[in-house]
Design a protein around this ligand. Sequence first.
Ligand SMILES: [Zn+2]
Length: 220
Amino acid sequence: MSETSSREEICRFGRSLFERGLTPGSSGNISIRLDDGGWLVTPTNASLGFLDPARLSRLDPSGRLQSGDPPTKEMPLHSALYAGRPADRAIVHLHSTHAVAVSMLPDTDPRDALPPLTPYYVMRCGCTAVIPYHRPGDPAVGDAIRGLGGRYSCVLLANHGPVVAGPTLEAAVFATEELEETAKLHLLLRGLNPRTLDASELRDLADHFDVKLAGRPSAP
Ligand SMILES: [Zn+2]
């Protein structure tokens, strides 16, 4: 995909996420890894609803700003997740309400934050890790993400929001949406003893799709 198309895609998906209330105000950020090893990143203090393709931050492979506005101060999240996942080309970070809520529950498993409620959650997200709270922009959050060793494409920052990687921006956005909807279902069903997918159903999904079940205790 050309850099021009990538710029337009970031703005189109950003607007869609913002207009559906998935990240409020100027929260959330998006990045794409370009063919030359550099990045396109949403600028600091920019609302995802009102991005300008020409003002996106263009970084070189070492992370230096080449053109556009200064990048989001949450770039360390993106760099750390990319470092462990060389095949992924896009990352979405949102402050989406239900995922943030799940990150704050005392009984959330940090290696597997959400139960396998639906096949699409399992297929698009696999498992979701939770890392402890850090101040926004704290470089230590990168160390915590690197500590996961690239096993998770979906990471929840406690009291903050999800960070999701994918091979394309579309894949990362769809996985982020699936994570948020599953978090909403999980909260709706809390205390109601819902039926989840069992081990044989998870194995069946893994046999038919490219499913990553890192961390899940009942992984096939
Ligand atoms: Zn954030």
